[in-house]
Write a protein that binds this ligand. Structure first.
Ligand SMILES: [Zn+2]
Ligand SMILES: [Zn+2]
Length: 251
């Protein structure tokens, strides 16, 4: 039971895990902490060519106005839409925390399955919202405000998009009957990958460089999606775009 000490530690803070505020605080704080290193890189990229050479669009730079606007929309979506929904979920389905931790191999497999399911659901949602002009104009266009990506643009979306993707992410661990620790691990990985998708850098340790055989698109592919808008609809993996003939790998 490799994960038991970690789970026992978290159970020691069970009042926090049981709180109706926990989901929204967890989601916001994890998201902002993951964005922070990339924001720092954006500041350094202004001055250092060494950093700038990893940028996917070297001539783009972020402004404080865009940082403010992204932060404002993220906070607004969390407070006005996500918070009431998570409180309702907390009320209808009280948090149950088992004493035993999940086995590590089971956690890893379930996180991967949750991620593959989320990738598929997001691909279908995304393709539909590009192919139907009314859906694009009404719901998805706001996410395409920025043609070059930067970490904080990951959650620059309207309410419908934020809630749809939130529901996909929340439903998958429920569907698989995951342990709360598995659920937390999947949420953290999902937030990290969506921030990395939008970071605007092709770093040597990026996920798309670590996963072999071009199975993972990541930051390079999603930046191309923001630039061209007509390809790379899956957020993470490449197989659905490959099958649909919508994969593009270079500009
Ligand atoms: Zn995006
Ligand atoms: Zn799009």
């Amino acid at each position: 039971m490799l994960l038991q000490p970690l789970w026992t530690f978290l159970l020691g803070h069970s009042s926090l895990l049981h709180s109706p505020f926990f989901p929204v605080l967890f989601s916001l704080s994890v998201y902002l902490s993951f964005c922070l290193p990339f924001l720092l890189l954006d500041v350094l990229a202004h001055r250092w060519t060494l950093v700038r050479r990893y940028k996917l669009q070297p001539h783009s730079s972020i402004s404080w106005a865009s940082v403010r606007s992204c932060l404002a929309l993220t906070l607004y979506n969390h407070l006005v839409f996500i918070f009431p929904l998570t409180v309702m979920h907390w009320y209808l389905r009280p948090v149950h925390l088992p004493v035993e931790a999940p086995a590590l191999p089971r956690l890893l497999i379930q996180v991967l399955v949750c991620l593959l399911l989320f990738d598929f659901q997001s691909f279908v949602w995304h393709l539909l919202h590009h192919r139907v002009p009314w859906l694009y104009r009404t719901f998805h266009k706001v996410h395409h405000t920025y043609t070059s990506t930067s970490a904080l643009t990951a959650e620059y979306s309207g309410a419908w998009e934020t809630l749809s993707l939130g529901v996909f992410a929340a439903a998958n661990p429920l569907l698989l009957g995951c342990h709360p620790l598995t659920e937390l691990a999947f949420f953290m990985l999902n937030i990290w990958l969506s921030v990395e998708d939008h970071c605007g850098y092709d770093l040597p340790w990026a996920t798309h460089r670590l996963v072999p055989l071009g199975l993972y698109g990541g930051a390079r592919h999603h930046d191309l999606h923001h630039l061209k808008s007509k390809c790379n609809y899956a957020p993470y993996f490449t197989h659905w775009d490959r099958l649909a003939g919508t994969l593009c790998t270079q500009d």
